[in-house]
Design a protein around this ligand. Structure first.
Ligand code: PGA
Length: 223
């Protein structure tokens, strides 16, 4: 199975950063699949690297001011789209039903969705991680048969510098794999100091990286 390293730039970056990554990663020798998810306005700045959107609309087209469709992402060269990121769930009220509709749009336009799921700190502390993941995945993936990618991102690990233990990541990835035979990425405070030990875990098929993906040297040291 392929191993993915996905840079989620969130609402960060510039034309200059796109150019630096394009040049800096163009001839890199790696057997890993490197994917850059810049804000969608910058997708057209990439021609060598594989790109992803960070979100797409559940609609095809129409009067939805401020939205971007899966068709547009595909036209701008994206091959993947991150959907259901916890920041979308938290700040833009996205729920599993909406994410399910977005997944269908993405697939209809030839994009591979990267679906994010993760438990809250309270759920983690009370042993409810598996229940939360099973529920979110079954609702998000209702009626979906196509090959997609899952990203396990504990909410309390995103941007906090905290991560589950390697054993916990391993157990959770094994669990997700027992439910769905898709690639499962880990995300949440991945950085140069922990990337190789997390990547070495069986059933970790890639990394979804926020903060540490914003600087070329730091990103390169993750793979
Ligand atoms: P982080 O973000 O690497 O900054 O924790 C990961 C993510 O939100 O995808």
């Amino acid at each position: 199975m392929d191993f993915y390293v996905v840079a989620n730039w969130k609402m960060n970056g510039s034309k200059a950063l796109c150019a630096e990554f394009e040049a800096g990663l163009a001839n890199i020798k790696t057997d890993k699949k490197i994917i850059i998810a810049p804000p969608f306005g910058y997708l057209s700045q990439f021609s060598n690297l594989t790109t992803a959107g960070q979100n797409c609309s559940q609609h095809d087209s129409g009067a939805y001011t401020g939205e971007v469709s899966a068709t547009m992402l595909a036209e701008l060269g994206a091959k993947y789209v991150i959907l259901g990121h916890s920041e979308r769930r938290q700040y833009f009220n996205e729920d599993n039903q909406l994410i399910n509709a977005k997944i269908k749009q993405a697939l209809a336009n030839g994009l591979t969705p990267i679906i994010c799921v993760g438990e809250s700190l309270e759920e983690y502390e009370s042993g409810k991680t598996k229940t939360r993941l099973k529920n979110d995945l079954s609702e998000c993936l209702d009626g979906i048969e196509a090959d997609i990618i899952i990203a396990y991102e504990p909410l309390w690990a995103i941007g906090t510098g905290k991560t589950p233990t390697l054993d916990e990541i391993s157990t959770t990835h094994d669990y997700i794999k027992s439910l769905y035979n898709y690639a499962v990425l880990y995300g949440g405070s991945v950085k140069p100091s922990n990337a190789s030990e997390i990547s070495a875990i069986t059933n970790v098929n890639g990394l979804l990286v926020g903060g540490a993906s914003l600087e070329l040297e730091s990103f390169k040291s993750l793979f």
